[in-house]
Every structure is written in C-alpha cells, then in structure tokens.
Design a protein around this ligand. Structure first.
Ligand code: GTP
Ligand code: MG
Length: 333
C-alpha cells in the first residue's frame, strides 16, 4: 500500500489531485484542515511487481497504442535522466505514470511529479501565519521578500515587512531600498521578543513577511539562534534554497532546516539552472512541500506559485509547443 498526502484549498480540489495522481482506486484514509485548506491522505494498493519502463524499450500498461505509451514513458525517463534525478526517485516517478492515458510528455511528467511531490504555494490572500524566509547566506531570501512585497502591492493586499537581519553589514539597507521604493514601512528587530512586538504592530494586515539573516545549517550556534527566534514566535519558517547546488549538500541543508520546523521550500535561481535533479532529490529526501519559485533577479516579477504542470514545463522546455508529433530519432533534419 502506498500513502500520499495532498494539500489544496478545497476538498474537491484535493480529491481531483488524488484522482490525477493515484487514479480512481485510491482510498482516502485521513482528512484534516491545514493552513486554511485541507490535506487529504490517500492510499492505493500497489502491484507486488510493479513494472518499471526502462529508458530504452520499456512497455507500459495502457489503454493507448503501445508505441505512444512507450514514447511518453521514455521521454519522461530521459528528461529525468537529463536533469540528473537520482535513479530511485526517477524510478518511483515513472512507475507512477504507468497506465496514464496521455500522449503528452509534459502532462505525463507533471503527473509523475504530482505523485511524488506536494505543491503548496504561499498564496496571494491572507497568510495564516507570518512567513519567515530562512536559509543559508546568499540564497535569495531578501530578494524573495521584496518580490512578495511587490506582489502584494500590485495585488492591492496589505503587507507588513519585518527584518531580523541586523547582523550583516547592509542587511537592513538592502531591504530598506526596496521598501522605500514601494512606500512600505520596514520594521527592524534585534531579538525574539522584539519580533513578537513587530508582529503585533502589523496586526490586521493580510500578509506579514519576515526577512532573516543567512544561517549556516552546519553551524550549531547559527541554528540554535534560529530555533530560539522560531520558538518565541508564531511564524512559519519557509526555506529558501537555490536550484542547481549539489544534491547531497542540498539534501543535508533541507533536512537540517526541516528539523527547525520548515515544511515548505521556495526555490530560487531557476533561470540559472539547467538541471533540476538535485533540487528534486533535496525536496524528496527532506519531505518538504514546494511553494513558490523565483527565476529572475528582477523584483517586479519572477515569483510564481510552483505546481506540477509549471515544473514539468520548465523541465521539458523543448515540449513547450505541445506534445511531439513524430518520434525523435536523434538525427537532425
Ligand atoms: N538570477 C537570479 N538571481 C537571484 C535570484 N534570487 C536571488 N538572486 C540573486 O542572488 C543574490 C543574493 O540574493 P539575496 O536576496 O541578497 O540573498 P539572501 O539570501 O538575502 O542573502 P543574505 O542576506 O546575505 O543571507 C542577489 O544578487 C540576487 O539578485 C533568482 O531567482 N535568479
Ligand atoms: Mg538577505
């Protein structure tokens, strides 16, 4: 039996995700309210000997002509391989699309991503809790705070911006330059108690976003400080991490931040990354949910809610114009 949980704003949407990902035979085993939405856990009985389509010449059980089905599985397998996805994760994902009724490789990859990962964007409405962007130094936390601020302002949402990054020279000034431009007030706090007051000051606004100092996850003192800050305040820490770093490093970092209470990851620098396998490995191993993604250094745009279709499109840019119409042979015409 395989269990997988799905988060959505409504039960109907979560049920749709269950059907797409696990098929009509899935059984709902748990339902709970979470962050203004609902999380369903569904179970499906698995074949004792699931057949993994191999990269070359594997066969799929499908209602479609076998040749099309093989092509789709093969293209998904090839894409995962090109991205450097660890074999065990790729195998799990390809197994999940056995029997899927589509000849569109992007759609198939989207379904495969959905079967293994949970997508839980930050959302554009009222936040349940203030969000604190946390992560190692230089990963794009402050830029992501500025992007969230811009998104709120453009969407006519009230937003309160707080920074706890008073240690690094220029930490506050970098964000102050953005908030001045957007005519937002920036509240600077030096200690956990002051953070609680800054959150109180912002009560009534729809979104509160907190920038934080870069923390080295392998440094016990850095992480103890972060733990202290989080323990004293009802905030949700969201991990910010760039795509494209080494898979083992990224996995260790994500796992250490998860131990601090992080459940969602905001991935940056997708514009600078061609291979997403290490990001997939880190998110899979540390059991985080994908939230949003950043793919430009510009503040005004480039922060998008991440979902399986978007991630699949980013992973298969050559398929952007739609499914392949004839089988590619590797020769150029
Ligand atoms: N191309 C590109 N650059 C990015 C992206 N996100 C962040 N950056 C750049 O990465 C650099 C670091 O970004 P910051 O937002 O300052 O990173 P930080 O995590 O706040 O850094 P510290 O506060 O020093 O820990 C800046 O030059 C950003 O413009 C992205 O998605 N794409
Ligand atoms: Mg910063």
């Amino acid at each position: 039996m395989r269990l997988k949980s799905f988060y959505a704003k409504s039960v109907a949407e979560a049920m749709r995700m269950v059907r797409v990902s696990l098929g009509g035979d899935a059984i709902i085993v748990a339902t709970r309210e979470e962050d203004g939405g609902v999380r369903l856990t569904a179970a499906i009985e698995e074949d004792d000997n699931p057949r993994m389509p191999s990269a070359r010449g594997g066969r799929m059980r499908t209602s479609q002509p076998a040749e099309d089905a093989v092509d789709v599985a093969q293209e998904v397998t090839d894409a995962l391989h090109r991205h450097g996805t660890p074999a065990a994760i790729a195998e799990k994902m390809v197994n999940a699309i056995v029997g899927l009724d589509t000849d569109d490789p992007v759609k198939a990859l989207g379904a495969a991503l959905d079967s293994v990962f949970t997508f839980h964007p930050l959302g554009e409405g009222r936040f349940e809790r203030p969000l604190m962007l946390v992560g190692p130094p230089g990963v794009g936390k402050t830029l992501a705070v500025a992007k969230l601020a811009a998104r709120a302002v453009f969407g006519n949402r009230s937003i309160g911006i707080i920074t706890t990054d008073t240690v690094r020279a220029g930490g506050v000034e970098q964000l102050a330059a953005f908030t001045r431009l957007m005519k937002l007030r920036l509240v600077t706090v030096e200690d956990p108690a002051a953070l609680a007051d800054a959150i109180d000051v912002n009560q009534g606004v729809e979104q509160i976003v907190i920038d934080s100092a870069g923390r080295n996850p392998f440094n016990a003192e850095d992480m103890a400080e972060l733990r202290c800050l989080l323990a004293a305040n009802p905030v949700e820490p969201v991990l910010v991490l760039p795509a494209g770093i080494d898979a083992v490093e990224a996995t260790e970092m994500s796992t250490l931040f998860r131990a601090m209470g992080v459940r969602r990851i905001l991935v940056t620098r997708l514009d600078l990354t061609r291979r997403f396998g290490s990001m997939l490995a880190a998110v899979y191993e540390s059991q985080l949910d994908f939230s949003d993604m950043s793919n430009t250094p510009r503040v005004a745009n480039g922060l998008a809610p991440l979902n399986s279709e978007l991630l699949a499109r980013l992973m298969m840019p050559d398929q952007e114009r739609g499914p392949r119409t004839s089988r590619q042979t590797g020769t150029h015409s």
